[in-house]
Design a protein around this ligand. Structure first.
Ligand SMILES: Nc1ncnc2c1ncn2[C@@H]1O[C@H](COP(=O)(O)OP(=O)(O)OP(=O)(O)O)[C@@H](O)[C@H]1O
Length: 239
């Protein structure tokens, strides 16, 4: 079994605030891992450190069992919490830009852009300028940009925030499809029905992973019906 992501003993602070306090996390190949926790718990910081956008104060990160290299980054699809899109360009031109920087060319690039646009339900909006997009459309376009080069590993920071339930469901169908093709996905979320769809979840609170496991195993272990209840018990907010 190979490990697409391994973070060991990660510490991070900003000024006097400790954000990650000895966090270790190993993703298994082909799993969907949900990182959940309250706002400010450190989820985004952890994801950014795992992908090398942020430097930990100490600790070690490996991607595909190696110190991160440019090649490893090419195998990543990252969707940040705020959409990094070019407003003055059309949706097609945005996807073309991301595909090109990943080295895609010609017919293959064009076909792939059409395919990913379809997979997020934007196939009829490709000619529109992104400035005219709704928040949900921007989110879906950002996801398409993360998918365009068919990475093996996805780090998705609240990918479904602001999306309506039907689109959210179709996006999760897409995640399961990517998984069926062998991709590994780490996703941060606040949405509890998404948590149940993850193979494993990690509960992050105040810089610590306070519980981790398959959602069913966690709820059984704590004798509750939802992962949210597990969280509340661990935080001492529920008897
Ligand atoms: N660049 C930074 N400089 C200073 N403090 C920061 C920086 N980035 C994050 N923080 C702080 O670190 C803490 C964790 O932030 P982070 O964005 O990782 O949380 P989160 O769990 O992703 O929250 P949310 O669910 O609201 O996105 C917060 O208190 C935040 O203010």
């Amino acid at each position: 079994m190979t490990y697409p992501v391994k973070g060991e003993h990660l510490y991070k602070h900003y000024k006097k605030q400790v954000v990650l306090d000895d966090v270790s996390l190993t993703l298994r190949e082909g799993e969907i891992y949900g990182l959940i926790g309250p706002s400010g718990a450190g989820k985004t910081t952890l994801v950014r450190i795992l992908l090398g956008l942020e430097k930990a104060d100490s600790g070690n990160v490996e991607l595909f069992e190696q110190t991160p290299t440019l090649d490893a980054f090419r195998s990543l699809g990252y969707m940040a919490q705020s959409d990094a899109l070019y407003n003055e360009l059309s949706a097609y031109q945005n996807l073309e830009f991301f595909a090109s920087i990943q080295g895609m060319r010609g017919k293959e690039k064009k076909q792939r852009i059409l395919d990913v646009a379809k997979s997020v339900g934007l196939e009829n909006d490709l000619k529109k300028n992104v400035a005219q997009f709704s928040g949900g459309m921007r989110r879906r376009l950002s996801l398409a940009a993360a998918l365009v080069h068919e990475p093996r590993l996805y780090l998705l920071d609240e990918p479904t925030v602001g999306l309506d339930p039907l689109i959210r469901r179709s996006i999760w169908t897409l995640f399961h499809y990517l998984k069926s093709k062998g991709a590994t996905i780490i996703v941060t979320t606040h949405v509890m029905d998404e948590v149940a769809q993850c193979d494993r979840v990690g509960l992050l609170s105040e810089g610590h992973i306070i519980a981790q496991g398959a959602p069913k195993e966690l709820t059984q272990e704590f004798g509750v019906s939802t992962v949210e209840d597990v969280f509340l018990i661990k935080e001492g907010m529920k008897p």
